[in-house]
Design a protein around this ligand. Structure first.
Ligand SMILES: Cc1cc2nc3c(=O)[nH]c(=O)nc-3n(C[C@H](O)[C@H](O)[C@H](O)COP(=O)(O)OP(=O)(O)OC[C@H]3O[C@@H](n4cnc5c(N)ncnc54)[C@H](O)[C@@H]3O)c2cc1C
Length: 464
């Protein structure tokens, strides 16, 4: 008799879930599910309260969905990652399970944890590739090495997906009921992870994610190529928190995008490819998830220790309106537009010459979609320590970015109330505004001169 245990981690859905489907195929004596509340692991990975809150609310809804399929979701707590192997073993044995299925987590710590679980379990542990569209290691150069640059990776990735497009599969059918096992209670809060962000911004669960995908494909997908660069409009999908928590599968997203043709969907599919790319990079170059630069020579950049400047960047008080608006959006919502993530990351690492790892950590502590591979990839790309094919002199000018991507000042006015009285011309000319006028508005002076900062960074990188 087979009674698999499905261990849910960052794959909080019943739809198109590879581990769940594999377990259901094996089962002839019911199916049991497990979710482990792991405050110690979350703390050590800087997981943000807003993200944990979305996870817990999504687990509660997942439990209902699984319940309707006669799959009881057990909820256990492991204070530290070291407690997990014994916990999974105990749960599996106590509930008469014969094997364990889970979707693979590719980060170094998680891979080690899973290896320890396999060792301790005393029954088979089946790990499935599910999180990205093509499994890490499966997209290689002709000389069988990992890609280090996005564009050729994407070419190869598209070839593979066009030859064999993945098709999303629905949740498994109801399983044989197990009478003596009841679903566990999902905590609504975990100590140390109280979020102050309105949960209504991030409705939990699969139906919410599916609605978001549907709304995006119906309204913004066609115009995505240009709309994605304008932070004042809903030009992007807002699906990152759901993809990061596995509340929706990337195959569902790809399948939805492939129903429409044109520049918009093509560009959006490229973004899904970036998501795969950074996961592949993290697996091929594990040093990036251990706090090291992708380009080792850039670990010699003389990053400045400037706690006061770091604090001003964090709180959105740099005196550069678009940078400040972006940081305040992050603090208020747990999310930031992609163009602005690049801008604030470059501002920290290039204008302030502060170590990108400070920004990476701060983002993880605040992002609802915080994901090691994408966050690390984005930070290293922006600070020229990573996979950007352009050399280190790509340095965004915050004023030029504002005139290009927030030309009416709408986004700045939304997030920086001190500047709400200014019209678009005044906003775009902030560079020339004197200290007295800034003081009158209650808005700080620019904390650094962009041209001088740029020169400082160029010379720091040139010396490597
Ligand atoms: C410094 C920095 C840090 C970042 N940190 C994260 C992070 O922690 N988690 C995260 O999911 N994304 C991160 N990104 C990537 C990107 O900013 C977000 O995925 C995107 O803004 C999410 O909004 P959306 O869902 O509306 O994206 P859409 O434009 O609708 O894109 C669809 C999906 O593609 C993926 N995606 C899009 N752009 C990227 C990208 N550049 N890299 C990887 N995946 C991408 C996301 O899963 C996204 O949901 C970061 C980017 C930068 C520059």
């Amino acid at each position: 008799m087979h009674r698999p245990l499905v261990w849910f981690r960052r794959d909080l859905r019943a739809d198109d879930n590879t581990a769940l489907l594999a377990a259901a195929e094996r089962s002839d004596d019911g199916l049991v599910a497990l979710y482990v509340v792991s405050p110690g692991e979350w703390r050590s990975h800087d997981d943000a309260p807003v993200k944990v809150d979305l996870w817990l609310r999504s687990v509660a809804l997942l439990s209902e969905t699984l319940g309707a399929l006669h799959i009881p979701l057990l909820v256990e707590t492991a204070d530290t990652p070291g407690d997990v192997p014994a916990l999974v073993r105990r749960v599996a044995r106590e509930h008469g399970c014969t094997e364990v299925h889970a979707n693979r987590e590719y980060e170094v710590d998680e891979s080690r944890r899973d290896a320890a679980v396999r060792e301790a379990l005393g029954m088979p542990l089946h790990l499935h590739d599910d999180r990205v569209l093509l499994p890490p290691g499966s997209v290689r150069t002709q000389s069988d090495t990992a890609y280090t640059v996005f564009t050729p990776f994407k070419r190869r990735w598209l070839e593979a997906l066009t030859a064999a497009p993945p098709s999303p599969r629905p949740a498994p059918p109801p399983q044989r009921p197990i009478r003596d096992i009841r679903a566990g209670a999902v905590p609504s809060r975990v100590e140390g992870f109280s979020s102050t962000i309105d949960p209504g911004l991030w409705p939990a669960g699969e139906p919410a994610a599916a609605r978001r995908l549907e709304a995006f494909t119906a309204s913004s997908l066609r115009g995505y190529r240009t709309g994605r660069d304008l932070p004042s409009i809903d030009g992007t999908s807002g699906l990152s928190p759901y993809l990061a928590a596995g509340v929706i599968s990337p195959r569902r997203c790809l399948a939805a995008a492939m129903k429409t043709h044109g520049e918009g969907p093509d560009t959006w599919i490229s973004e899904l490819c970036w998501r795969d790319f950074y996961t592949h990079v993290m697996v091929a170059f594990p040093r990036v998830s251990m706090g090291r630069a992708f380009r080792p020579e850039t670990d010699r950049v003389p990053w400045r220790s400037a706690p006061d400047e770091l604090a001003r960047w964090r709180s959105g008080e740099t005196g550069y309106p678009l940078v400040d608006a972006a940081m305040r959006q992050l603090l208020a919502t747990g999310w930031m537009h992609n163009r602005l993530r690049m801008l604030v990351a470059m501002f920290l690492s290039k204008d302030l010459l502060i170590d990108w790892r400070e920004g990476e950590r701060f983002f993880m502590r605040h992002l609802v979609d915080g994901d090691l591979a994408a966050n690390n990839g984005g930070w290293q790309w922006s600070s020229s320590t990573g996979t950007d094919a352009q050399p280190y002199f790509r340095i965004f000018n915050p004023y030029t970015q504002a005139s290009r991507y927030d030309p009416d000042g709408e986004f700045v006015r939304r997030w920086v109330p001190e500047l709400r009285s200014l019209d678009k011309r005044a906003l775009l000319n902030m560079e020339k505004m004197g200290p007295l006028e800034r003081r009158r508005l209650g808005y700080p002076e620019a904390m650094v001169d962009h041209a001088a900062a740029r020169a400082r960074t160029l010379s720091a990188f040139k010396g490597l």
